[in-house]
Write a protein that binds this ligand. Structure first.
Ligand code: ATP
Ligand code: MG
Length: 450
């Protein structure tokens, strides 16, 4: 009897919590196959395999999130997330090539070759554990399809493509928002941003990436609560950073972050540099982000190290200047400044050690390429990061920063070994003692070409 009473009570609490999220718990709008533009040819063959196998074994199976959104917008998604009522262990039983990951959210990863398809069991948001600021600490409670839709961030990300009949299931009005180009929060924005402040960055990201507008009720709470980004772990911010800057819309994202005065939550040193010395810092970052977007558009790779190197370059120069004014020798000042700046930055964004090393290599190469002699030119060419270092030098040259040898190296890299032997003879003329002295003097200074 008492057990039944407790059960009824907890059911009532759950129902209330659910209604608090949704003022209008309407039935979903189902768009049949003939009325939406999702073709299976746009879905990766591996994701389709997973969807079909789940379905054949009696489970509900939906493609969800970014992939559905991107296909509806006529784009070609790269990752495919699947939602199902099968529990992670049940998914694992269906796929030999499956691993269960995550502590906070248990997910199944199904591997085919080097492609990973993420399979998540429907989750409910209403029983999540919250911290004092409202942040969700644990919400690994399985739920229904409808509950799964409610716990997602934006309406455009809560569309479900049903493999059973190829329809799209929409509880939140996401189809309309896709048509109207609007990023709209599911539920009360303030509560949802408090639950997970990273959603503030995600809102910026989707606006930049999709060229969408924020819904009217989003900007004010985003501005009010952006300081909660300080509470987000550095590891999570690193993950988010990859999505912000390496999905082909880095420049737009940067401009929007700056406009919304949010850059400082990710790159405090860059922001203060922009305030003190806006022109070259901004120019270099814009140049490198443009290059990053172009590289990705051509299916080339882009390294996060390069981006960090650009965002923090002038902070390093400024710090080196301070160190050398305090009596450190130039190269010592430069190396110590690199360490100091990276130590401060990694408190905010957890840059992996290997990436940090690459960033330092790029910075150090600026110095080494500019001080090259005939005898070490070939050695520099074989440096593991030569190309990245040179590209950085070229970018600095493009924005009019004081560089001596950008043209020399650009040519040198393209020549045959035999031609290089001739080309390298030009070095002494290019880099006479006086120029060398000028460069040393300029270490840490933001010298502009006249
Ligand atoms: P992209 O195409 O850039 O990967 P995405 O929408 O797929 O965009 P993911 O980070 O891959 O973004 O997340 C997949 C889905 O998980 C999202 O579409 C959304 O439904 C849900 N999601 C992700 N992060 C959050 C979050 N912080 N809060 C609520 N839901 C989230
Ligand atoms: Mg995704």
């Amino acid at each position: 009897m008492i057990r039944k009473l407790i059960k009824n009570l907890s059911q009532a609490i759950r129902k209330q919590a659910k209604q608090a999220i949704s003022q209008d718990p309407a039935l979903p709008v189902i768009t049949p196959r003939s009325e939406h533009g999702i073709s299976r040819s746009e879905i990766s063959e591996y994701a389709l395999k997973v969807l079909y196998r789940l379905h054949k074994n009696g489970y509900a199976a939906y493609l969800v999130g970014g992939a559905v959104r991107e296909i509806l917008l006529g784009k070609h998604p790269k990752d495919f997330d699947i939602s199902t009522d099968a529990k992670p262990e049940q998914v694992k039983r269906l796929f030999r090539n499956c691993r269960i990951i995550g502590r906070r959210f248990r997910l199944a990863h199904v591997f085919f070759g080097d492609e990973v398809t993420e399979v998540a069991t429907f989750r409910a948001a209403s029983e999540a554990v919250h911290s004092e600021s409202g942040m969700v600490m644990a919400d690994n409670v399985f739920g229904t399809l409808e509950e799964d839709a409610f716990r997602r961030d934006f309406t455009i990300n809560a569309l479900y493509y049903n493999i059973a009949d190829f329809s799209v299931v929409d509880f939140m009005g996401g189809m309309q928002d896709i048509k109207d180009g609007i990023v709209r929060m599911i539920g009360e924005p303030e509560i949802r941003f408090r639950e997970d402040p990273v959603r503030i960055l995600r809102a910026v990201r989707f606006c930049a990436k999709l060229n969408f507008k924020l819904a009217d009720n989003l900007l004010a709470p985003m501005q009010e609560l952006k300081c909660l980004l300080h509470n987000v772990s550095s590891a999570r911010l690193y993950q988010e950073l990859a999505k912000l800057f390496f999905t082909g819309h880095a420049l737009d994202t940067y401009l929007l972050l700056k406009k919304q005065e949010m850059l400082g939550f990710l790159f405090p040193l860059t922001e203060s540099n922009l305030v003190q010395n806006s022109y070259p810092t901004d120019k270099l970052i814009v140049q490198i982000l443009k290059d990053t977007d172009e590289r990705l558009a051509q299916n080339k790779t882009a390294t996060p190290a390069f981006l960090f190197a650009a965002l923090l370059w002038h902070a390093v120069c400024e710090r080196a200047k301070i160190f050398s004014q305090k009596g450190k020798r130039p190269h010592e000042a430069l190396f110590d400044a690199q360490d100091a700046i990276l130590t401060e930055q990694t408190k905010v964004i957890g840059i992996p050690k290997m990436t940090q090393q690459t960033i330092k290599d790029i910075w150090s190469l600026q110095w080494r390429l500019e001080k090259a002699y005939q005898r070490n030119a070939f050695k520099l060419l074989s440096h593991l990061r030569f190309r990245a270092g040179l590209d950085f030098l070229i970018a600095r040259n493009k924005i009019g920063e004081y560089t001596l040898l950008a043209d020399f190296w650009q040519k040198f890299a393209l020549l045959s070994d035999h031609e290089r032997l001739e080309h390298v003879k030009k070095l002494p003329k290019l880099l006479n003692k006086k120029q060398d002295a000028i460069y040393l003097k300029n270490l840490g200074l933001l010298n502009q070409k006249k």
